[in-house]
Design a protein around this ligand. Structure first.
Ligand code: PLP
Length: 849
């Protein structure tokens, strides 16, 4: 695979001829020295062109280069950045040290969006930024990850807010030759393309490369010659269009993604899909296996072993699902070639009740390892997909969680990074996930932390005023109204930030429920409070746009003028200013709709204190001293929750947050102490280094090993597992628990292993008839519940065979606490097991009594 820099760069002076290497690697987005180097070339332009280094290089005149190479400072700066880059590229990595034997296999990471930097607008919000941050940490840690996505001609829209507070979405058609991406070329120097069958035709996709530190991402682009005008539009917009566009995009991403990996000759062993959008990867990979003669059920096992699925959606309605006739149409190429397997394919995604083909079902059925994105979301997902896994308790459903994080080097203000570097151990960035290391943060003098915080706050306010001035100027407001914004916002007022996609569940307008109470908070002359809002609503989300209008309307009220502001075009650039510059980060979603949320994690590492509903990551991050919670009864109906959350917001602000901020003098010592608590306790956990190491240790490496084992000796293990599952499924109905007997009153002294207290125990027996199934291919278990500090937990006791009866019937026994009664307190169950299963309930078959 080749990718060449454009000819235009040949004329760069020799002294700075590696600039394109920097511009075409989004490593610049997490290296402030590199960003500053570009900014120095032409500061105004740099801001005007949304910090796009490729455009900057292409559009800078020769005279400017000639002048720059005579500027010694600039040359030194350039050389320093090149040195940083070379050092970064060559340093030994965590992955090399931890898994030296696994370097030759790639892990594919498929996602509909990636947020690397504001100059590459192929993200809409949290999901994409998470994907970008994931890839960045993968590079930092040396993980051989290769990202796969789509390249959207119009990206995601730019948001403008008009003088009525209406969101206007501006579609920009991007010139790909001016983005930090490169066309991949084949050996003949031609643009590399792949072909994806779609319904009755073939769609061609061009492959583009985004360099991400040590690794690469590849983006697929349908806007090329040879495709019909309709097909060229398929990669027009992120989440644009109707269900037809949607399914087509998902086919291009999932099936095209696999084809791209093949044509790029990347030896890929694990496929991680970030949300269900890319789940069609499984269909393409099953098809590949069929073409080589592998039976369908064996192919499914190979694909399951090598797939990892991260779900992000805590509500059933949020999962993508397509009508079956639509599947018929779009997959006609596949179903006509492999008629005999059509039903089996459809079953992989079938949501029977509707009936629909559900992408999350497809992902769950074709990925052995699955996870939600916070502890709470894992639980919500297990509950939501319980029916998938037989009659087992929610806690045993094989969906785990790996809590999201953010990429520290991208989101931490450079000024703070410098400050932390002075007090934390020298290796703090590489070891950022080490909790102990953050203790040294105590050493930072209160004044120093506060001073940097104030600098960042002032920078935010300057940028907010510029944002508002531009809004007003564009909306043709009179000159005095445009100039008025100079007096808006004060660095001395307690500043609260609220910025995210304006999806309705995020309830951006919650704090407006009682405007008089809000008025008293904001306009208290001694203790003023100000609020900054920003966020886009999806163009099809009308309630979300109504929220924007409401915020705008409130911001226009005389009493809130200059104290509540709505900034336009929330993107990664504006997000950086906000999460680094406010005092408090407010988040009040309807629980449990926020699967994780990540903006609060960005805020926390910058010393901005979270004030949030205990949902998503904050439910596990909040410890009572590192921020504030917004309370309410989680079991009440929505209206009650909304009322209680609102009350909690006002009360906490009035009684805790505002007094803490204003009562402690300058700098406010206790406030800064809480900032430190927040940084110390949250940064080491909620960063993507920790997250990506978790993915590697708990999903990538186990999947890789299992996949290699499955494929060895001509698919020997995969075939055994597949045949075993078929056999078990066909014969499970023979398995019966005939009798459970717990009256055997043979009380005995406890063994130390059962419990610490000298508890009475008793024997329980179960008689199980197996039919043709070998009893050793099953586990017979007693299940009961035990109360611990954090609620009731299932306890599983494996029963041992004790007596063989006639007719393939076996008696099992176990010892359990004597107070437990069958049916009232415990049950006995049988389910199939195999050392080759990835999880205990891989086959959703459980027989209980
Ligand atoms: C971090 C980020 C998000 C995600 O924030 P949430 O807390 O998950 O809502 C969305 N958009 C931008 C631009 C971000 O930087």
């Amino acid at each position: 695979m080749n990718a060449k820099f454009p000819h235009a760069f040949l004329k760069l002076p020799k002294a700075i001829d590696r600039l394109p290497e920097l511009a075409y690697n989004v490593w610049f987005s997490w290296n402030s020295e590199a960003l500053e180097l570009f900014a120095r070339i032409d500061r105004n332009r740099w801001d005007q062109i949304v910090h796009n280094p490729v455009r900057l290089l292409l559009e800078t005149e020769q005279e400017v280069w000639e002048a720059l190479i005579r500027d010694e400072d600039f040359i030194h700066h350039y050389e320093r950045v090149i040195q940083l880059w070379d050092d970064y590229y060559n340093e030994p990595t965590w992955f090399q040290k931890t898994y030296p034997e696994h370097g030759q296999h790639k892990i594919a990471y498929l996602s509909a969006e990636f947020g690397f930097h504001e100059s590459l607008p192929i993200y809409s919000g949290g999901l994409g930024i998470l994907a970008g941050d994931h890839c960045k940490s993968a590079s930092d840690l040396g993980i051989p990850l290769v990202g796969i996505g789509l390249l959207y001609k119009k990206g995601y829209f730019n948001q403008k807010i008009n003088s009525e507070g209406r969101q206007q979405s501006e579609a920009i058609t991007y010139d790909f030759s001016k983005l930090p991406i490169l066309p991949v070329l084949n050996d003949q120097g031609e643009k590399l393309t792949i072909e994806v069958p779609l319904a009755d035709r073939i769609v061609k996709l061009q492959i583009w490369q985004v360099r991400v530190g040590r690794n690469s991402n590849f983006l697929l682009d349908a806007d090329i010659e040879g495709n019909s005008p309709w097909d060229r539009e398929l990669t027009g917009q992120l989440y644009g269009g109707n269900q037809d566009i949607r399914i087509a995009q998902e086919i291009l991403l999932g099936m095209g993604g696999v084809k791209a990996l093949r044509v790029l000759h990347l030896p890929t062993a694990v496929y991680h899909i970030n949300e269900g959008h890319a789940a069609f990867q499984a269909i393409e990979r099953i098809r590949e296996q069929l073409e080589t003669g592998v039976p369908f059920h064996v192919a499914v096992e190979v694909i399951r072993a090598s797939s990892v699925f991260t779900t992000h959606t805590p509500v059933p309605a949020g999962h993508d699902a397509f009508p079956l006739p639509m599947m018929d149409y779009y997959f006609s190429f596949l179903f006509s070639r492999w008629k005999q397997h059509k039903q089996a394919w459809m079953r992989l995604g079938l949501e029977e009740a509707k009936p629909l083909f559900n992408m999350t079902h497809l992902a769950l059925n074709t990925a052995a390892l699955r996870n939600g994105v916070s502890k709470l979301h894992g639980q919500v997902s297990r509950n939501m997909f319980r029916s998938f896994h037989g009659n087992i308790g929610e806690q045993e459903v094989p969906i785990g969680h790996i809590t999201n994080g953010v990429h520290l080097k991208t989101w931490l203000a450079p000024e703070l990074r410098e400050l932390y570097s002075r007090f934390l151990p020298g290796t703090w960035l590489e070891n950022q996930a080490n909790v102990d290391l953050w203790r040294s943060l105590e050493l930072i003098p209160t004044e120093s932390l506060w001073e940097v915080h104030m600098q960042l706050k002032e920078r935010l306010i300057r940028s907010a005023r510029a944002n508002l001035r531009e809004q007003r100027r564009r909306n043709d407001l009179p000159a005095d109204k445009v100039e008025e914004v100079r007096s808006f916002l004060s660095p001395h007022a307690l500043t609260i930030g609220f910025a995210r996609r304006f999806a309705t569940y995020k309830r951006a307008n919650l704090i407006f429920n009682d405007l008089s109470r809000l008025d008293r908070l904001i306009n208290n002359p001694d203790r003023p409070v100000q609020l900054l809002f920003a966020g886009k609503a999806h163009p099809a989300d009308h309630p979300g746009q109504e929220m924007i209008k409401e915020i705008y309307r409130v911001a226009q009220m005389d009493r809130f003028r200059g104290k509540i502001v709505l900034l336009e075009n929330y993107d990664m650039n504006l997000a950086r200013y906000l999460v680094q510059g406010v005092d408090v980060w407010l988040n009040n979603p309807r629980r449990p709709y926020e699967a994780s949320g990540t903006s609060g994690q960005k805020a926390a590492m910058n010393g901005v204190i979270n004030f949030s509903v205990l949902d998503g990551w904050w439910e596990e991050g909040y410890d009572g001293s590192n921020g504030w919670s917004i309370d309410g009864n989680n079991d009440a109906d929505w209206q009650t929750q909304e009322r209680e959350n609102t009350e909690s917001i006002y009360r906490t602000l009035e009684q805790e947050i505002v007094p803490l901020y204003y009562n402690q003098g300058k700098p406010p010592h206790q406030w800064v102490a809480r900032m430190k608590r927040s940084i110390q306790t949250l940064t080491p956990l909620y960063n993507t280094d920790r997250m990506v190491m978790d993915y590697t240790n708990h999903t990538y490496i186990p999947s890789l090993k299992r996949t290699l084992a499955f494929l060895a000796d001509h698919y020997d293990t995969a075939t055994k597992v597949a045949d075993f599952k078929q056999f078990i499924q066909a014969n499970w109905h023979y398995v019966r628990i005939l009798e459970v007997n717990d009256n055997v009153s043979k009380s005995m002294e406890s063994k130390a292993s059962l419990t610490d207290s000298r508890q009475q125990v008793k024997e329980v027996t179960a008689t199980v008839r197996f039919g043709p199934i070998w009893y050793k291919d099953t586990a017979v278990e007693v299940v009961y519940f035990e109360e611990r500090e954090d609620g009731w937990h299932p306890v599983v006791v494996t029963m041992e065979p004790s007596k063989e009866l006639e007719d393939r019937t076996i008696q099992f026994r176990a010892v359990i606490p004597s107070h437990l009664r069958h049916r009232a307190h415990f049950s006995v169950r049988v389910h199939p097991v195999s050392p080759n299963f990835a999880t205990s309930f891989e086959v959703p078959l459980v027989t209980t009594l």
